[in-house]
Design a protein. Sequence first.
Length: 191
Amino acid sequence: MIKFFENYCNQLFPSIDTEIKNAVRDEVSRINMTNSTWFMSQLLEKLSQGDILDKIPFTMMEEDGRKKTFIAKGMILSNTCDLQRDPYIIIAPVFNIEDGEFSEQQKNDLKDNIFTGKMGFKNSCLDNYFVDFSKSMSFNRNVILKGLEMNKIHREHSLSQLACYMLYIKITIYYMRIENHKWFESRDKGI
């Protein structure tokens, strides 16, 4: 798996070809997290990429332009190095599958990581939860750190190494895939 991921990463620039994306999706489906753990037994020493926080105040814009704020778990997407120095942290909400309007097949697909823009945690303490990358938000780093310090935000989990590779694969496929070949090739005409 790790060798495949390394070869895959070497092919990323400028973006991911559909065939490569599908090959990675197939490889991801072969990862058996039943025999591996999603989360470390103890939190990492520092706030890190992939950490799951609780009580994060997310704000989304409704279709009519009104803002909707909700409190949820969140996964840190920002790189660990950036967490130490950048003024903003990118966090994606983590939702309970049961709170959505999903069919039984969709629930299974969420857990099995079939959806490109979402990541589930099958066979873990967060078995019924998934990250939704499409709803990621930027938060002021100092606000998050102060919330942790004041115990208003809780740091619940740090990803294991294999789970971290899964996160890298999922966000790479989600954010770096080519729209479609015809559309992507049309960008060359503007040069």
